[in-house]
Design a protein around this ligand. Structure first.
Ligand code: AMP
Ligand code: MG
Length: 472
């Protein structure tokens, strides 16, 4: 049986200005490294036991029937400065499938140069491909809206990133690849016909009930606030929340220098290129407001009265800090077992986080241990923790209710940077054992399982990863 993907493409029907039709570069010796059979099944893909065919398709060597490969155009503010033309410089949309009432993009990442590549080589190396595979699937299992990983293929070609590295391609699946930067692309060109078409397309795909750009913007803001507050609740740092990496459907997209925190620090930055901490852990709530302001600006030309639109949108953006703080409170209150937080609970959460920050207590393990009654062990300054614990127990009326809330909010394991780095080192040497172990363990991150006990270990001093690199 041959591989069959039930493509049903719509983006390719948009005007030429939205994309460039393009095919992938050939891969010399494609080898399938990982394939997400459950996701394939959910997408209605059949014949996926033919691994040879999968390697050919997901390396871009073979264009599957029904695919219409293209590179999408978009712009974006990168670290605050506007680039009017980014686009898929190393990615290709193969096409879309409809499954379970939802439309999904299937995209190759690392498949060679496109008209949007600028100085880049259009390729990816094994490390970032496997990192995105593990982290995006872990995010999904953690209940965070995200792109998914369908396949990882080694190309057999060499990619140069300061040194020679094995090339690879990730196939990712997303509810779309519409970014704030896609809107900026047409708005900046004053191409309002296509801006309107993009808007109509995005409404249909993400918010079919939105009656006008104001409702559309309101939806995107709500989803982004929800998303970023949830990121923070699991200690996730995106690392490059540029507007081209900010999805209008509110899913996590573009895992570059992303990382999960080990020891808690609000100022934690991982990206080697984020010198000023623009995208630090604790700055993520602010940056989402900044990004939404860029989306709002791009939507103004679609409104009948521009001055009114500016007033209305400004009001929406100005309401974001309160909305974000409320979402943050809900997320962090759940982490200490409170499902209906009041403002007075905020101080208790802040105080715990301060103690954690002071002692660099492990973010994941501290919250997980709270339910077990052993959080104290995570602290150096145990007297201070004990005092907090007494306050907390006073607030919690029913411990078993609180434990049930915490069980949903506090994962046992997350993809830790040092484990991912060790996995990549092994994979480069041809050993995929750690990859398989991480993928299996992280599929059920809330449940303690002795088979994956090693995944709960924070890094030792010499294992700490201080920066993840954009060299994707
Ligand atoms: P990112 O920082 O990964 O979101 O990418 C920002 C922009 O750079 C996008 O337009 C990418 O397509 C482009 N880009 C990143 N890496 C490469 C590469 N190796 N070759 C070509 N374009 C790239
Ligand atoms: Mg990007």
């Amino acid at each position: 049986m041959t591989v069959s993907i039930p493509f049903d493409n719509t983006y390719v029907s948009l005007p030429d200005g939205f994309y460039t039709r393009h095919t992938a570069d050939a891969a010399s010796h494609p080898e399938l490294l990982a394939f997400n059979t459950q996701l394939a099944q959910d997408l209605g893909i059949t014949g996926y036991d033919d691994t040879e065919a999968l390697a050919q398709i997901f390396s871009g060597n073979l264009v599957p029937e029904g695919a219409a490969p293209l590179a999408q155009a978009y712009a974006g503010h990168q670290f605050g400065s506007f680039n009017p033309r980014l686009g898929d410089g190393r990615a290709l949309l193969l096409g879309e499938v409809v499954a379970q009432g939802q439309r999904f993009d299937i995209q190759l990442k690392g498949s060679g140069r496109t008209p949007y590549s600028r100085g880049g080589d259009g390729r990816a190396w094994l490390g970032p491909v496997l990192r995105e595979f593990i982290v995006s699937e872990a995010m999904h299992a953690l209940g965070i809206p995200t792109t998914r990983a369908l396949a990882a293929v080694a190309t057999g070609d060499t990619v140069y990133r300061e040194r020679a590295l094995p090339g690879a391609i990730l196939t990712r699946v997303a509810t779309s690849h519409l970014r704030v930067g896609t809107f900026e692309y047409f708005a900046a060109r004053r191409d309002y016909d296509n801006l309107r078409r993009l808007y109509d397309y995005a409404v249909q795909r993400h918010y079919p009930d939105a009656k006008d750009p104001t409702e559309f913007l309101t939806h995107v803001i709500d989803r982004q606030i929800d998303l970023v507050s949830r990121w923070m609740g699991i200690g996730f740092i995106h690392g490059v929340m540029n507007t081209d990496n900010c999805h209008v459907g509110g899913i996590t997209i573009d895992y570059g220098p992303c990382a999960f925190m080990d020891g808690y620090s609000a100022q934690q930055v991982f990206s080697s290129i984020d010198q000023y901490g623009r995208y630090a852990f604790g700055a993520q709530g602010n940056i989402i407001m900044w990004n939404m302001a860029q989306l709002a600006t791009s939507l103004v030309p679609l409104m009948p009265d521009q001055d009114d639109a500016i007033d209305t949108f400004t009001t929406l953006i100005h309401a974001m800090p309160d909305a974000f703080n409320a979402a943050w409170l809900r997320v962090f209150a759940a982490k200490i077992g409170i499902s209906n937080p009041t403002e007075t609970d905020r101080a208790m959460i802040d105080d715990l986080l301060s103690l954690m920050e002071h002692d660099r207590a492990d973010f994941t393990n501290t919250f997980f241990a709270l339910r077990l009654g052993s959080a104290r062990d995570q602290f150096i300054n145990r007297d201070a923790y004990d005092a907090w614990h007494i306050r907390w127990r006073d607030r919690i009326k029913d411990l078993s209710d609180a434990n049930a809330v915490m069980a949903q909010a506090n994962p046992w394991i997350i993809p830790r940077n040092h484990q991912i780095e060790a996995m990549i080192t092994d994979a480069v040497a041809g050993n995929m054992g750690k990859f398989v172990h991480l993928a299996h363990g992280l599929a059920a991150p809330f449940t303690e399982n002795p088979a994956f006990a090693d995944l709960a270990n924070p890094p030792t001093a010499d294992q700490i990863v201080h920066a993840t690199f954009c060299g994707t």
